[in-house]
Design a protein around this ligand. Structure first.
Ligand code: BJW
Length: 238
């Protein structure tokens, strides 16, 4: 890849980018919690059946994330945004770590677990208390609050998916970092980039369905590979 020809960059990140910060991924050996599948916890039905269990899961994750450190992959992306004029960071992660690393423009496809939403009023607000004072959390109106994230069977925020589509279809380089590429429609984002003529580089510790059409597959941890890629890029621009 000749980085001197790159005008516009889009990046799609998944749970793997936060793995080296100690945030568990969803699928794979370390992704389990209490022997539930994410598909059984991250659904509206799961929340209806047992909001306490679902909130306990989020309480546990929020505390873990609050105490974790950013890694070099998060920090490299924040640096790239400052240095490159046309740069869009799209994430499936709800951990808020890209913003904590200094990334300013982040398209959050699956929401953010630091925001809560009233199931009755639909109002959204930031809620940072860790640990939570009560589970399940309740709104002042008496209705349940829920994490402002996107569960299976729910639509993604229209603005976020439109922004991701626009960035993917107009970029000439797409980086896909640490996602299993099995959850849709996010998994289609790199495909849209490829179909739009972009060069696709995947960074992951293992091959995924995206590897079959990526132009390059870099097998390795994101926190190691991202600084290497960025150093190579900067050298090419000198
Ligand atoms: C490293 C590493 C290191 C490890 N360095 N790498 C089309 C086809 C089939 C199904 C569907 C379809 N369209 C829609 C569906 C249904 C469904 C779906 O996709 N199901 C599939 C699982 C089969 N999608 C939806 O329901 C979506 N909604 C929707 O489409 O609405 C329209 C609609 C409505 C009604 C009916 C039908 C359609 C919504 C999906 C919402 C996903 N939500 C979650 C939870 C968010 C909240 C929360 O986090 O609490 O999002 S599930 C979970 O998966 C989370 C993640 O963002 C998402 C993706 O996971 P990710 O990031 O890829 O993580 P992992 O763990 O899977 O992978 C980690 C990767 O990192 C691995 O590859 C590792 O190798 C790698 N790695 N360490 C680099 N150090």
């Amino acid at each position: 890849m000749d980085f001197r020809n790159v005008r516009s960059v889009a990046v799609l990140t998944g749970a793997g980018i936060s793995a080296e910060s100690g945030v568990p991924t969803f699928r794979g050996e370390d992704g389990l919690w209490r022997h539930y599948r994410v598909e059984d916890l991250a659904t509206p039905g799961a929340f209806r059946r047992n909001p306490t269990l679902v909130w306990e899961w989020y309480d546990w994750r929020r505390e873990l994330i609050a105490n974790c450190q950013l890694n070099q992959a998060h920090l490299t992306l924040a640096e790239m945004e400052k240095a490159l004029p046309h740069f869009t960071l799209i994430t499936q992660n709800v951990d808020g770590l890209h913003r904590r690393a200094g990334s300013q423009k982040v398209v959050e496809l699956h929401g953010n677990l630091w925001d809560v939403r009233c199931v009755a009023e639909g109002t959204v607000r930031e809620y940072l208390d860790v640990p939570l004072p009560e589970v399940p959390l309740r709104c002042q109106c008496g209705a349940l609050l829920r994490p402002n994230v996107v569960w299976f069977g729910e639509s993604l925020p229209a603005g976020a998916i439109a922004a991701a589509q626009e960035a993917a279809m107009s970029c000439d380089l797409m980086l896909v970092i640490g996602t299993s590429g099995v959850v849709h429609p996010a998994a289609s984002v790199p495909l849209w980039a490829k179909q739009g003529g972009a060069y696709v580089i995947e960074i992951n510790v293992q091959r995924t369905p995206i590897s079959t059409y990526a132009d390059e597959v870099v097998l390795g941890p994101a926190a190691v590979e991202m600084p290497k890629l960025w150093a190579e890029w900067r050298k090419a621009l000198e």
